[in-house]
Design a protein around this ligand. Structure first.
Ligand SMILES: [Zn+2]
Length: 73
């Protein structure tokens, strides 16, 4: 029974190509704005700071509001 043993080579490991900043920047801005809007609706959409009248949005995010420690009622 013949067995072959792989010989280690002296090559460097293959690294993934770095992503250019110009490709990431629009997506980072988009998700940053999206997260700010979400943070507003969870943290401040109530009473005097409410953009949407009524309690609909507040009730939708009410549990998240308490989970994140924002003051509520
Ligand atoms: Zn509450």
């Amino acid at each position: 029974m013949a067995q072959t043993v792989a010989q280690p080579t002296a090559t460097s490991p293959v690294l993934p190509a770095a992503l250019p900043l110009k490709a990431i920047a629009p997506w980072a801005a988009f998700f940053g704005i999206l997260m700010l809007v979400l943070l507003y609706f969870v943290g401040a959409e109530q009473g005097a700071t409410a953009v949407v009248s009524g309690e609909g949005v507040h009730e939708w995010v009410h549990d998240a509001r308490h989970l994140l420690g924002f003051p509520c009622h």
